[in-house]
Design a protein around this ligand. Sequence first.
Ligand code: PEP
Ligand code: MN
Length: 350
Amino acid sequence: MISNCFHKDKRAIVVSGPCSAESREQLFSTVDAIKDCVDAVRVGIWKPRTNPYSFQGVGEEGLKWISEIKQEYNLKIATEVANAEHVELALKSGIDILWIGARSTTNPFIVQEIAEALKGVDTTVLIKNPINPDLELWCGAIERILLAGIERVGAIHRGFSYYGKGKYRNMPQWQLPIDLKQRYPDITLLCDPSHLSGDRKYVMELSQKAMLLGFDGVFIESHISPESAKSDANQQITPDELKKIINTLKVHKKSVDDSSYNIKLEELRTQIDGIDNALIELLSQRMEIVKEIGELKKMNNSSILQSERWGKVLERAIQSGKELGLDSDFVSSIFKLIHQAAIEKQTKDF
Ligand code: PEP
Ligand code: MN
Protein backbone atom coordinates (compact mmCIF):
# COMPACT_ATOMS: atom_id res chain seq x y z
CA MET A 1 0.00 0.00 0.00
CA ILE A 2 1.26 3.45 -0.90
CA SER A 3 0.51 6.36 1.40
CA ASN A 4 1.06 10.13 1.14
CA CYS A 5 4.59 11.40 1.52
CA PHE A 6 3.53 14.96 2.41
CA HIS A 7 0.50 17.06 3.36
CA LYS A 8 -2.47 16.61 1.12
CA ASP A 9 -4.12 19.92 0.33
CA LYS A 10 -4.56 22.20 -2.62
CA ARG A 11 -1.05 23.62 -2.68
CA ALA A 12 1.82 22.16 -4.66
CA ILE A 13 4.31 20.26 -2.51
CA VAL A 14 7.65 22.07 -2.57
CA VAL A 15 10.93 20.32 -1.84
CA SER A 16 13.90 22.55 -2.44
CA GLY A 17 17.49 23.21 -1.44
CA PRO A 18 20.99 23.04 -2.85
CA CYS A 19 22.20 20.41 -5.29
CA SER A 20 25.02 19.75 -2.82
CA ALA A 21 25.90 20.71 0.72
CA GLU A 22 29.16 22.62 0.22
CA SER A 23 29.82 24.24 3.59
CA ARG A 24 27.98 24.75 6.88
CA GLU A 25 27.59 28.41 6.03
CA GLN A 26 26.17 27.80 2.52
CA LEU A 27 23.71 25.24 3.87
CA PHE A 28 22.52 27.39 6.78
CA SER A 29 22.10 30.54 4.70
CA THR A 30 20.20 28.70 1.94
CA VAL A 31 17.89 26.92 4.39
CA ASP A 32 17.30 30.10 6.37
CA ALA A 33 16.19 31.88 3.19
CA ILE A 34 13.79 29.16 2.00
CA LYS A 35 12.49 27.78 5.32
CA ASP A 36 9.06 29.42 5.06
CA CYS A 37 8.16 28.20 1.61
CA VAL A 38 9.20 24.53 1.58
CA ASP A 39 7.66 21.28 2.79
CA ALA A 40 11.13 19.74 2.96
CA VAL A 41 14.72 20.65 2.19
CA ARG A 42 16.65 18.64 -0.39
CA VAL A 43 20.42 18.48 -0.09
CA GLY A 44 23.00 16.19 -1.67
CA ILE A 45 25.76 14.81 0.57
CA TRP A 46 27.13 12.05 -1.64
CA LYS A 47 27.08 13.22 -5.26
CA PRO A 48 26.89 10.91 -8.28
CA ARG A 49 29.06 13.05 -10.55
CA THR A 50 29.78 12.12 -14.15
CA ASN A 51 33.31 13.47 -13.97
CA PRO A 52 35.61 11.90 -11.34
CA TYR A 53 37.69 15.10 -11.13
CA SER A 54 34.76 17.32 -10.14
CA PHE A 55 33.36 17.98 -6.66
CA GLN A 56 32.06 14.66 -5.25
CA GLY A 57 30.04 15.99 -2.30
CA VAL A 58 31.17 16.66 1.27
CA GLY A 59 30.19 13.19 2.50
CA GLU A 60 29.65 12.39 6.18
CA GLU A 61 30.73 15.81 7.41
CA GLY A 62 27.58 17.26 5.84
CA LEU A 63 25.42 14.99 8.00
CA LYS A 64 26.56 16.93 11.09
CA TRP A 65 25.39 20.20 9.51
CA ILE A 66 22.09 18.55 8.67
CA SER A 67 21.57 17.47 12.28
CA GLU A 68 22.18 21.06 13.37
CA ILE A 69 19.79 22.38 10.71
CA LYS A 70 17.11 19.99 11.89
CA GLN A 71 17.50 21.16 15.49
CA GLU A 72 17.43 24.81 14.57
CA TYR A 73 14.61 24.83 11.99
CA ASN A 74 12.50 21.76 12.64
CA LEU A 75 12.31 21.06 8.91
CA LYS A 76 12.14 17.76 7.07
CA ILE A 77 15.38 16.97 5.24
CA ALA A 78 15.87 14.80 2.15
CA THR A 79 19.12 13.39 0.84
CA GLU A 80 20.24 10.97 -1.88
CA VAL A 81 21.36 7.48 -0.90
CA ALA A 82 23.08 5.03 -3.22
CA ASN A 83 24.09 2.13 -0.97
CA ALA A 84 23.37 0.47 2.38
CA GLU A 85 26.00 2.53 4.21
CA HIS A 86 24.44 5.79 3.00
CA VAL A 87 21.05 4.58 4.24
CA GLU A 88 22.41 3.68 7.65
CA LEU A 89 24.32 6.94 8.11
CA ALA A 90 21.45 9.08 6.83
CA LEU A 91 18.93 7.43 9.14
CA LYS A 92 21.31 7.76 12.09
CA SER A 93 21.54 11.50 11.43
CA GLY A 94 17.75 11.84 11.54
CA ILE A 95 17.23 12.42 7.83
CA ASP A 96 13.49 12.18 7.15
CA ILE A 97 13.37 11.49 3.43
CA LEU A 98 15.72 9.40 1.32
CA TRP A 99 15.79 9.69 -2.42
CA ILE A 100 17.17 7.26 -4.97
CA GLY A 101 18.96 9.08 -7.79
CA ALA A 102 18.36 8.50 -11.50
CA ARG A 103 21.62 6.60 -11.99
CA SER A 104 20.83 4.28 -9.08
CA THR A 105 17.25 3.56 -10.19
CA THR A 106 18.76 2.23 -13.40
CA ASN A 107 20.55 -0.52 -11.46
CA PRO A 108 18.41 -3.20 -9.74
CA PHE A 109 21.41 -4.39 -7.66
CA ILE A 110 21.72 -0.93 -6.09
CA VAL A 111 17.98 -0.57 -5.53
CA GLN A 112 17.86 -4.04 -3.96
CA GLU A 113 20.74 -3.19 -1.62
CA ILE A 114 18.94 -0.02 -0.54
CA ALA A 115 15.68 -1.95 -0.12
CA GLU A 116 17.38 -4.54 2.14
CA ALA A 117 18.83 -1.75 4.28
CA LEU A 118 15.35 -0.24 4.64
CA LYS A 119 13.57 -3.36 5.91
CA GLY A 120 11.66 -2.56 9.09
CA VAL A 121 12.42 1.18 8.87
CA ASP A 122 9.69 3.82 8.96
CA THR A 123 10.74 6.49 6.50
CA THR A 124 9.85 8.20 3.23
CA VAL A 125 11.54 7.22 -0.04
CA LEU A 126 11.37 9.19 -3.28
CA ILE A 127 12.47 7.38 -6.42
CA LYS A 128 13.75 9.30 -9.40
CA ASN A 129 13.12 7.92 -12.87
CA PRO A 130 15.97 5.88 -14.38
CA ILE A 131 18.15 7.86 -16.81
CA ASN A 132 16.79 5.78 -19.72
CA PRO A 133 13.09 6.02 -20.59
CA ASP A 134 12.11 2.61 -19.24
CA LEU A 135 8.83 2.64 -17.31
CA GLU A 136 9.27 -0.96 -16.14
CA LEU A 137 12.65 -0.19 -14.58
CA TRP A 138 11.13 2.75 -12.68
CA CYS A 139 8.21 0.57 -11.52
CA GLY A 140 10.61 -2.24 -10.60
CA ALA A 141 12.51 0.10 -8.28
CA ILE A 142 9.24 1.27 -6.70
CA GLU A 143 8.18 -2.34 -6.17
CA ARG A 144 11.49 -3.24 -4.50
CA ILE A 145 11.04 -0.39 -1.99
CA LEU A 146 7.39 -1.32 -1.39
CA LEU A 147 8.44 -4.95 -0.84
CA ALA A 148 10.82 -3.73 1.87
CA GLY A 149 7.73 -2.51 3.75
CA ILE A 150 8.08 1.23 3.05
CA GLU A 151 4.66 2.84 2.56
CA ARG A 152 5.50 6.50 2.00
CA VAL A 153 6.90 6.03 -1.48
CA GLY A 154 7.01 8.86 -4.02
CA ALA A 155 8.36 9.32 -7.53
CA ILE A 156 10.35 12.15 -9.06
CA HIS A 157 10.37 12.86 -12.78
CA ARG A 158 13.73 14.34 -13.83
CA GLY A 159 13.77 13.48 -17.53
CA PHE A 160 15.83 11.09 -19.63
CA SER A 161 19.38 11.23 -20.99
CA TYR A 162 20.11 11.52 -24.68
CA TYR A 163 23.17 12.04 -26.82
CA GLY A 164 23.59 15.52 -28.23
CA LYS A 165 22.23 18.91 -27.29
CA GLY A 166 18.62 20.03 -27.13
CA LYS A 167 16.58 22.70 -25.40
CA TYR A 168 16.64 20.79 -22.12
CA ARG A 169 19.45 18.84 -20.44
CA ASN A 170 17.17 15.80 -20.24
CA MET A 171 14.21 14.80 -22.41
CA PRO A 172 10.92 15.24 -20.54
CA GLN A 173 8.96 12.43 -22.28
CA TRP A 174 5.96 13.35 -20.12
CA GLN A 175 4.10 10.23 -21.19
CA LEU A 176 6.23 8.14 -18.81
CA PRO A 177 5.32 9.92 -15.56
CA ILE A 178 1.72 10.10 -16.81
CA ASP A 179 1.73 6.31 -17.32
CA LEU A 180 3.41 5.82 -13.94
CA LYS A 181 0.66 7.80 -12.20
CA GLN A 182 -1.92 5.72 -13.98
CA ARG A 183 -0.30 2.58 -12.63
CA TYR A 184 0.11 3.98 -9.09
CA PRO A 185 -2.74 6.48 -8.64
CA ASP A 186 -1.83 7.08 -4.97
CA ILE A 187 1.86 7.77 -5.49
CA THR A 188 3.17 11.25 -4.67
CA LEU A 189 4.54 12.46 -7.99
CA LEU A 190 7.01 15.35 -8.02
CA CYS A 191 8.68 17.07 -10.95
CA ASP A 192 12.36 18.04 -10.84
CA PRO A 193 12.50 20.94 -13.33
CA SER A 194 16.14 21.63 -12.36
CA HIS A 195 17.59 18.37 -13.67
CA LEU A 196 15.03 18.24 -16.46
CA SER A 197 16.10 21.58 -17.88
CA GLY A 198 19.69 21.98 -16.74
CA ASP A 199 19.04 25.71 -17.04
CA ARG A 200 17.42 27.98 -14.45
CA LYS A 201 15.55 29.94 -17.10
CA TYR A 202 13.26 26.97 -17.79
CA VAL A 203 12.50 26.01 -14.18
CA MET A 204 9.27 28.03 -14.09
CA GLU A 205 7.83 26.78 -17.39
CA LEU A 206 8.53 23.14 -16.53
CA SER A 207 7.09 23.51 -13.02
CA GLN A 208 3.90 24.96 -14.47
CA LYS A 209 3.67 22.25 -17.09
CA ALA A 210 3.97 19.60 -14.36
CA MET A 211 1.13 21.22 -12.41
CA LEU A 212 -1.05 21.17 -15.52
CA LEU A 213 -0.29 17.48 -15.93
CA GLY A 214 -1.51 16.74 -12.41
CA PHE A 215 1.82 16.37 -10.57
CA ASP A 216 1.63 16.79 -6.79
CA GLY A 217 4.60 19.09 -6.45
CA VAL A 218 8.08 20.17 -7.40
CA PHE A 219 11.62 19.23 -6.42
CA ILE A 220 13.76 22.27 -7.21
CA GLU A 221 17.43 23.06 -6.66
CA SER A 222 18.00 26.37 -4.89
CA HIS A 223 21.23 27.91 -3.64
CA ILE A 224 22.12 31.09 -1.79
CA SER A 225 24.52 31.96 -4.59
CA PRO A 226 23.80 29.72 -7.61
CA GLU A 227 26.59 31.02 -9.86
CA SER A 228 29.24 29.91 -7.40
CA ALA A 229 27.70 26.47 -6.72
CA LYS A 230 30.13 23.55 -6.81
CA SER A 231 27.68 21.39 -8.78
CA ASP A 232 24.86 22.19 -11.22
CA ALA A 233 25.53 25.93 -11.09
CA ASN A 234 23.54 26.54 -14.29
CA GLN A 235 20.28 25.18 -13.04
CA GLN A 236 20.06 26.30 -9.40
CA ILE A 237 17.90 29.28 -8.50
CA THR A 238 18.09 31.83 -5.69
CA PRO A 239 15.69 31.69 -2.73
CA ASP A 240 13.93 34.78 -4.12
CA GLU A 241 13.45 33.14 -7.50
CA LEU A 242 12.08 30.08 -5.73
CA LYS A 243 9.52 32.19 -3.86
CA LYS A 244 8.49 33.90 -7.07
CA ILE A 245 7.95 30.56 -8.81
CA ILE A 246 5.90 29.20 -5.91
CA ASN A 247 3.75 32.33 -5.83
CA THR A 248 3.14 32.26 -9.58
CA LEU A 249 2.48 28.52 -9.94
CA LYS A 250 -1.11 27.82 -10.83
CA VAL A 251 -2.25 24.62 -9.21
CA HIS A 252 -5.34 23.02 -10.64
CA LYS A 253 -7.68 21.35 -8.21
CA LYS A 254 -7.84 17.70 -9.08
CA SER A 255 -11.37 17.10 -7.91
CA VAL A 256 -13.25 19.54 -10.13
CA ASP A 257 -14.19 18.88 -13.74
CA ASP A 258 -12.33 21.92 -14.89
CA SER A 259 -9.01 20.50 -13.78
CA SER A 260 -9.54 17.07 -15.34
CA TYR A 261 -10.24 19.00 -18.52
CA ASN A 262 -6.94 20.86 -18.15
CA ILE A 263 -4.99 17.73 -17.38
CA LYS A 264 -6.54 15.86 -20.32
CA LEU A 265 -5.92 18.83 -22.62
CA GLU A 266 -2.29 19.05 -21.54
CA GLU A 267 -1.83 15.29 -22.03
CA LEU A 268 -3.20 15.55 -25.56
CA ARG A 269 -1.07 18.60 -26.30
CA THR A 270 1.96 16.72 -25.09
CA GLN A 271 1.13 13.96 -27.56
CA ILE A 272 0.74 16.54 -30.33
CA ASP A 273 4.15 18.01 -29.45
CA GLY A 274 5.66 14.54 -29.70
CA ILE A 275 4.08 13.95 -33.10
CA ASP A 276 5.22 17.37 -34.34
CA ASN A 277 8.77 16.56 -33.30
CA ALA A 278 8.54 13.27 -35.19
CA LEU A 279 7.18 15.08 -38.27
CA ILE A 280 10.08 17.51 -38.28
CA GLU A 281 12.53 14.66 -37.79
CA LEU A 282 11.01 12.76 -40.74
CA LEU A 283 11.02 15.85 -42.95
CA SER A 284 14.68 16.36 -42.21
CA GLN A 285 15.46 12.70 -42.98
CA ARG A 286 13.49 13.02 -46.23
CA MET A 287 15.49 16.10 -47.17
CA GLU A 288 18.75 14.24 -46.59
CA ILE A 289 17.66 11.59 -49.10
CA VAL A 290 16.50 14.29 -51.53
CA LYS A 291 20.04 15.64 -51.31
CA GLU A 292 21.56 12.24 -52.10
CA ILE A 293 19.22 11.80 -55.08
CA GLY A 294 20.25 15.29 -56.27
CA GLU A 295 23.92 14.28 -56.18
CA LEU A 296 23.15 11.12 -58.11
CA LYS A 297 21.27 13.11 -60.75
CA LYS A 298 24.14 15.58 -60.97
CA MET A 299 26.70 12.82 -61.50
CA ASN A 300 24.57 11.32 -64.24
CA ASN A 301 23.67 14.65 -65.76
CA SER A 302 19.97 13.89 -65.41
CA SER A 303 17.26 16.58 -65.16
CA ILE A 304 15.96 17.40 -61.71
CA LEU A 305 12.23 17.39 -62.32
CA GLN A 306 10.94 13.95 -63.23
CA SER A 307 7.24 14.61 -63.82
CA GLU A 308 6.24 11.00 -64.04
CA ARG A 309 7.83 10.16 -60.70
CA TRP A 310 6.34 13.27 -59.04
CA GLY A 311 2.89 12.36 -60.36
CA LYS A 312 3.21 8.92 -58.77
CA VAL A 313 4.47 10.32 -55.45
CA LEU A 314 1.46 12.64 -55.23
CA GLU A 315 -1.04 10.01 -56.28
CA ARG A 316 0.31 7.55 -53.74
CA ALA A 317 0.21 10.10 -50.93
CA ILE A 318 -3.38 11.10 -51.73
CA GLN A 319 -4.45 7.47 -51.83
CA SER A 320 -2.77 6.54 -48.50
CA GLY A 321 -4.23 9.71 -46.97
CA LYS A 322 -7.71 8.77 -48.13
CA GLU A 323 -7.40 5.36 -46.54
CA LEU A 324 -6.59 7.07 -43.24
CA GLY A 325 -9.41 9.60 -43.49
CA LEU A 326 -7.38 12.60 -44.70
CA ASP A 327 -8.82 15.10 -47.15
CA SER A 328 -7.25 14.89 -50.66
CA ASP A 329 -6.79 18.67 -51.01
CA PHE A 330 -5.06 18.79 -47.65
CA VAL A 331 -2.59 16.01 -48.55
CA SER A 332 -2.07 17.45 -52.00
CA SER A 333 -1.16 20.95 -50.69
CA ILE A 334 1.29 19.53 -48.14
CA PHE A 335 3.01 17.32 -50.71
CA LYS A 336 3.27 20.16 -53.21
CA LEU A 337 5.09 22.22 -50.59
CA ILE A 338 7.39 19.31 -49.74
CA HIS A 339 8.11 18.63 -53.41
CA GLN A 340 8.75 22.31 -54.11
CA ALA A 341 11.30 22.46 -51.28
CA ALA A 342 12.98 19.29 -52.58
CA ILE A 343 13.29 20.68 -56.11
CA GLU A 344 14.70 23.90 -54.73
CA LYS A 345 17.26 22.02 -52.68
CA GLN A 346 18.42 19.93 -55.66
CA THR A 347 18.55 22.97 -57.97
CA LYS A 348 20.62 24.92 -55.44
CA ASP A 349 23.09 22.05 -55.08
CA PHE A 350 23.32 21.32 -58.80
C1 PEP B 1 20.30 15.47 -7.67
O1 PEP B 1 19.09 15.57 -7.44
O2 PEP B 1 21.13 16.21 -7.17
C2 PEP B 1 20.76 14.47 -8.68
C3 PEP B 1 22.01 14.03 -8.72
O3 PEP B 1 19.80 14.16 -9.52
P1 PEP B 1 19.63 13.00 -10.64
O4 PEP B 1 19.75 11.71 -9.93
O5 PEP B 1 18.24 13.30 -11.11
O6 PEP B 1 20.65 13.24 -11.70
MN1 MN C 1 22.04 18.47 -9.02
